[in-house]
Design a protein around this ligand. Structure first.
Ligand SMILES: CC(C)(COP(=O)(O)OP(=O)(O)OC[C@H]1O[C@@H](n2cnc3c(N)ncnc32)[C@H](O)[C@@H]1OP(=O)(O)O)[C@@H](O)C(=O)NCCC(=O)NCCS
Length: 151
């Protein structure tokens, strides 16, 4: 999954590993979910045995610049599985340079490879930039998210 933009700048999307914990914690903090670096390896472990989940990292010039997670669900109301993009964040220094689009392309490929018929994402009303981004890359605004924290 490698794309060359010029001789010196490559953008690669790959699976996350425990050794990426520091960069993942930084990106989750930027997404609004602050977490200590030490928390990341056990969280990755929770997902590792599930081949219907992927934690993808975008790396440019050996630097991690973005994160996406995708989960596949089997549902009763559709004939085929559906995929959910559950987290997407690009490092503040790399936004607007195609990293987000590239990560979503990789997520879409993962979903198609698993036979999914739909890829969905929910985003907070306050994330105006994200809303524009998703519309720009081919998503349609089809619903409204409701949530309830469970203590
Ligand atoms: C939303 C986000 C993931 C987009 O990633 P990105 O790498 O900056 O986006 P890209 O450079 O791939 O942009 C793809 C297209 O969307 C457009 N776009 C991206 N962000 C935009 C914004 N804030 N406002 C308007 N358009 C935007 C780009 O102009 C580009 O359009 P083009 O291809 O026609 O030129 C990134 O800004 C981010 O991490 N934001 C903070 C976290 C967040 O909101 N995550 C989403 C949670 S659901």
């Amino acid at each position: 999954m490698r794309m060359t933009r010029s001789a010196s700048v490559t953008l690669e999307v790959r699976r996350a590993e425990a050794a990426d914990a520091e960069a993942i914690a930084e990106l989750l903090g930027q997404l609004g979910y602050p977490v200590g670096t030490g928390e990341i390896p056990p969280r990755l472990d929770r997902l590792r045995n599930d081949d219907r989940t992927a934690v993808l990292l975008a790396e440019r010039d050996h630097r991690i610049v973005g994160l996406a997670t995708v989960h596949i669900l089997s549902v009763l109301n559709r004939p085929r599985d559906v995929a959910w993009l559950t987290a997407l964040v690009v490092d503040e220094s790399a936004r607007g340079s195609g990293v987000g689009r590239r990560l979503v392309d990789a997520v879409e490929r993962f979903a198609r490879e698993h036979g999914c018929e739909r890829l969905s994402v929910t985003t907070h009303e306050s994330r105006l930039g994200a809303r524009t981004f998703y519309l720009r890359i081919g998503f349609e605004a089809t619903g409204r998210r409701f949530g309830k924290e469970l203590s």
